[in-house]
Design a protein around this ligand. Sequence first.
Ligand SMILES: [Zn+2]
Length: 169
Amino acid sequence: MVSIEEVAARNGLVLYPTSRPGQWKAHCPVCGDQGRNFHLYVSSVKDTFYCHKCGEKGGAVAFHAWLRGISFEAAKAELYPQGTRKRNLHPAERLTAAQLAELGFTTRKPWRMPKGVDPLAWRRQRKAMLDWIWEEYQGHERFKREQTERLMRLLTNAHESTCEQPTGA
Ligand SMILES: [Zn+2]
């Protein structure tokens, strides 16, 4: 979770302490209040913001969207990039069910931890399994490519030999 304070910091919005702990005041970037005038209130207890003048309010994501001038969805994507988890995946984990089935795996995700297994031992085993699956897959792909090439050669040869024959009109 990205806190509302962090959102403020990321957007260069200065938060000033109030008499209440966890409650901050700031200058609303829309209303243009200055000096000792503070319209914007930010609660790091509830992770919400509220401007008493323009009425803008919401949570951390809405705050980021508002400060950056982008949509809620875009703000969410910026604060919680989905790519980070996917990038850490082993290439074998990205194989589809169909690709796994080609290798002879009947279970959808063979690297899922079975029940009652020591997690540490499983982690090591899992890595070895993923490496092995990936190697198998690459070998399988190479084999398929070679088979296709061979087939294409056969077809081309057959095609050429039929073309070479004089066509009796
Ligand atoms: Zn305002």
